[in-house]
Ligand binder design. Structure first.
Ligand SMILES: Nc1ncnc2c1ncn2[C@@H]1O[C@H](COP(=O)(O)OP(=O)(O)OP(=O)(O)O)[C@@H](O)[C@H]1O
Length: 227
């Protein structure tokens, strides 16, 4: 256990869809700079858990404490400044970027949305693309003009533009060709070392989990089987 309070503390989280209890009193913590894998069979409640952690869908009950603030009690307006600090990266790299926006503009938009766009903006965008291994020319392309791996790198660059503390990675490499998975995972590992990011990482692949995660928890039918 670290001496510092956890970056993220989830306690007794419950998510229901009508009669279905998708997340049933789930509790876990995540420290700054740590990778926690969340795994379990299809339909066990992983996506519902992370969606509720991100407050994209408010949980029915329970607490989500992030950087010391209890998110479930906050209004949408109060959440707004915190949202950039916890960024999702989704499985489908193409689905998470607008098909009509060039990569450079997608990353720039993330800076703009947070009022962080100024004269240094173009250089920051170029720096972010470079940081994820995309040469400047890729900034001019649209998502469909990139490979899956390049597109996932662009999504990571956009997430980094928000200066996050936590990335919620929902199967970030499972849609990618096996030959490019290692490259994206290595990038994520390097970024974590460099920036102290925490990762909440949904993954089905046990080999990837054991290589990439510091700890893992397992869900079955909405409940944790280990913590
Ligand atoms: N919007 C929804 N409306 C109704 N039921 C839902 C909804 N989203 C998920 N569910 C149900 O909640 C349960 C948990 O689903 P969830 O998508 O969180 O699981 P998962 O572990 O992420 O699955 P997968 O690995 O297939 O993505 C399932 O029974 C699912 O059918």
């Amino acid at each position: 256990m670290s001496a510092n309070p956890p970056l993220l503390e989830v306690r007794d989280l419950v998510v229901r869809y009508g009669e279905v209890t998708a997340v049933d009193h789930v509790s876990f913590t995540l420290d700054a700079g740590e990778t926690l894998a969340l795994n379990g069979p299809s339909g066990c409640g992983k996506s519902s858990t992370v969606t509720a952690v991100l407050q994209l869908r408010r949980p029915d009950s329970g607490e989500v404490r992030f950087e010391g603030q209890e998110l479930t009690k906050l209004t949408e307006r109060e959440l707004r400044p915190l949202r950039p600090r916890m960024q999702p990266v989704f499985q489908d790299p193409y689905g998470s970027l607008s098909p009509r926006r060039r990569i450079r503009d997608a990353v720039a938009e993330a800076l703009r949305v947070q009022g962080r766009w100024d004269a240094t903006g173009p250089a920051r965008v170029a720096g972010l693309l470079d940081r994820v291994g995309l040469a400047p020319a890729y900034g001019d392309r649209f998502p469909h003009e990139l490979s899956g791996g390049q597109c996932q790198r662009a999504g990571i660059a956009r997430a980094l533009a928000s200066d996050p503390r936590l990335l919620v990675l929902d199967e970030p490499v499972s849609a990618l060709d096996p030959s490019v998975r290692a490259g994206v995972l290595n990038l994520l590992a390097d970024l974590q070392d460099e920036l102290g990011l925490a990762y909440l990482f949904i993954c089905h692949d046990r080999a990837v989990v054991s290589h990439f995660a510091d700890r893992s928890i397992e869900m079955r039918s909405g409940r944790l089987t280990s913590a």
